[in-house]
Design a protein around this ligand. Structure first.
Ligand code: PNW
Length: 459
C-alpha cells in the first residue's frame, strides 16, 4: 500500500489573528475580549498579552516567504473582527480591510491558497458588553461581519471557516472562565453554545449568498473518548454526555437541526429555554466541509477511591465520579500542555466521523500539533518530540485516507510559536521558533521534516 497522500492534498499551516499579529493599537483596531482578558491580572500566565505577539502584522511578507520555502500549499489564518469593525457595529475601518487585502494578495502571489477563519476568538469588546455569544443578537452581528468579509475578499478567498472551536468559545469562555471573556455562568455557556451553532448556519448562508461557489466549513475541536471500564454504567452515561457535549453538539445542529436527547435531558430548561420556534430549520445547513482540530484523546474509567467528585471543563451540571486521568502507559510522555500523545486517535477520529455523519462531504484537519520545551543549540532547534508527534499523526491520518476517509488537507498548528491564550508565550506550538525580543524566526527540525513530507506528498 502506498504511503502517499492523494494528489492535490492540501498541505498547510495554521495561525490565528490575536495569537500572532501584534500591532494591537495600530490602524484603528478596536479592543477585543482578549485584550481585556489578557490585561486582567491573573488571567494569563506571566501577564502576557497579544499587544506585540509575533509582530506578524508588520512581518507577514517574511512569514509567507517561510511558508513558500516549506512548500506549503495553503495557509489558514483568521481575521480580527475588531480590525474591520472596531466597535462591532456597522462602522468600517478601511485600514483593517487594507491589511487583509495585502496579506491575501501576497499569499496568492506566492501561490499559497488562503483559508480564512472568520472567528478565532477575538470578539469586539463592545459586543461582549452587550452579552457577547450569550446574547442571541450576536447572530445578526456575525452575519453582517461575514457578509462584509465575503464581499471584500471573496473574489480571492474560496475557503471559509465560520467559527473556530465553538466548544472552547462557549464552555471555556462562559462557564469555566479560563478563556475570554472569563465568565463563570453555566447558563451563559449553554446560550453561547446554541448561538454559535445558529451563527455558523447563518454565516454559511450569508457567505454563499455573496459567493455561491465558495467552500464554507466549521472547525471543531474533537477527540475520541476512550471508555476503559465499559461494564460501569455510570461511566457509560458520563462518557455519552461528554461525547455529545464536545463532539456531537455542533455537528448534530447543522446536520439535523436538533440536539442529542442526552443534551436536552441534562441541560433541561437552560437549553430548551434558548431554543426558539423555527430554530431547527435555522440550524440545519449543508456545510461543505468539517474542519477538525485534533490534539489528543480522552480517557474515562471508573472512579478510584481517591478520585474526588469534580466538574471537568465546566460542562457537567453535577460533579462527575469518574477517572479521566491519562492511562499509565501514556502518563510519562505528555506534551508540555500535559496532553497525552495518541497518534492513532487522529485516524480513528476521522474514521468515526465518516461512519457517523456520511452526509458531510469532506474534512480538513485544520489544526494538529504539539507544545514542547524547545532548546536552542548553536542557533538550531532540534525538536525531536514535536517532529515525532507530526510524523506519527500523519502516519495515522494517511492510513485512514487510504481507506477512503475524505480528508482533503492538513494544517500544522502552528506556523509560528505564538500567544497560547491562557498560557501566554510560555507554551510553544510553532514549527518555526520566534524570539519574542527580536521577532527573529528560526525554522525548527519539525519544519524541515514537514518540508520533506510536503515535497514527497507523504512520509
Ligand atoms: C486550540 N482545551 O485551542 C486553538 O484553536 C488554538 O488557537 C490553540 O492555540 C491550540 O488549540 C492549542 O491549544 C484549544 O483546553 C485550547 O481543551 C484549549 C483547549 C482546546 C483547544
Amino acid at each position: 500500500m502506498s504511503s502517499n497522500f492523494p494528489d492535490g492534498f492540501l498541505w498547510g499551516t495554521a495561525t490565528a489573528s490575536y495569537q500572532i499579529e501584534g500591532a494591537a493599537n495600530v490602524d484603528g483596531r478596536g479592543a477585543s475580549i482578549w485584550d481585556t482578558f489578557s490585561k486582567t491580572p491573573g488571567k494569563v500566565v506571566n501577564g502576557d498579552t497579544g499587544d506585540s505577539a509575533c509582530d506578524h502584522y508588520n512581518r507577514f511578507d517574511e512569514d509567507i516567504a517561510i511558508m513558500k520555502d516549506l512548500g506549503v500549499k495553503a495557509y489558514r489564518f483568521s481575521i480580527a473582527w475588531p480590525r474591520l469593525f472596531p466597535a462591532g457595529d456597522s462602522v468600517r475601518e478601511e485600514r483593517g480591510f487594507a491589511f487583509y487585502n495585502r496579506l491575501i494578495n501576497a499569499l496568492i502571489a506566492a501561490d499559497i491558497e488562503p483559508m480564512v477563519t472568520l472567528y478565532h476568538w477575538d470578539l469586539p469588546q463592545h459586543l461582549e458588553d452587550e452579552g457577547g455569544w450569550a446574547n442571541r443578537d450576536i447572530v445578526g452581528a456575525f452575519v453582517a461581519y461575514a457578509t462584509a468579509c465575503a464581499e471584500a475578499f471573496g473574489d480571492r478567498v474560496n475557503n471559509w471557516i465560520t467559527l473556530n472551536e465553538p466548544w472552547c468559545v462557549s464552555w471555556l469562555g462562559y462557564s469555566n472562565g479560563v478563556h475570554a471573556p472569563g465568565k463563570k455562568d453555566f447558563s451563559l455557556a449553554i446560550a453561547a453554545a446554541h448561538h454559535t451553532a445558529l451563527a455558523h448556519a447563518a454565516a454559511f448562508r450569508a457567505i454563499k449568498a455573496v459567493r455561491p461557489d465558495s467552500q464554507v466549513g466549521l472547525t471543531l475541536n474533537m477527540n475520541n473518548n476512550n471508555i476503559e471500564s465499559p461494564q460501569d454504567s455510570e461511566v457509560l452515561a458520563i462518557a455519552d454526555l461528554m461525547d455529545a457535549n464536545l463532539n456531537r453538539w455542533w455537528i448534530e445542529a447543522f446536520t439535523t437541526g436538533k440536539y442529542s436527547q442526552v443534551l436536552l435531558d441534562t441541560y433541561g430548561d437552560l437549553l430548551n429555554g434558548v431554543i426558539k420556534p423555527g430554530d431547527e430549520e435555522l440550524l440545519k445547513v449543508k456545510t461543505d466541509f468539517l474542519g477538525v482540530n485534533y490534539y489528543s484523546d480522552g480517557f474515562v474509567r471508573s472512579a478510584r477511591p481517591e478520585d474526588k467528585p469534580y466538574i471537568d471543563g465546566g460542562f457537567m451540571p453535577f460533579p462527575q465520579r469518574v477517572d479521566t486521568s491519562a492511562p499509565a502507559h501514556l502518563a510519562n510522555s505528555l506534551t508540555a500542555m500535559g496532553w497525552v500523545v495518541t497518534p492513532e486517535g487522529l485516524g480513528n477520529l476521522v474514521t468515526r466521523i465518516r461512519r457517523d455523519w456520511p452526509e458531510i462531504p469532506y474534512y480538513m484537519i485544520t489544526e494538529n500539533g504539539s507544545s514542547y520545551e524547545d532548546v536552542i543549540v548553536d542557533g538550531q532547534i532540534n525538536d525531536i518530540e514535536r517532529t515525532r508527534y507530526l510524523t506519527s499523526h500523519l502516519e495515522s491520518l494517511q492510513k485512514a485516507v487510504a481507506q477512503g476517509v475524505p480528508v482533503k488537507g492538513y494544517f500544522a498548528w502552528s506556523l509560528l510559536d505564538n500567544f497560547e491564550w491562557a498560557e501566554g508565550y510560555a507554551k510553544r506550538f510553532g514549527i518555526v521558533h520566534v524570539d519574542y525580543t527580536t521577532f527573529k524566526r528560526t525554522p525548527k527540525a519539525s519544519a524541515h521534516r514537514y518540508k520533506e513530507i510536503i515535497a514527497n506528498n507523504g512520509l
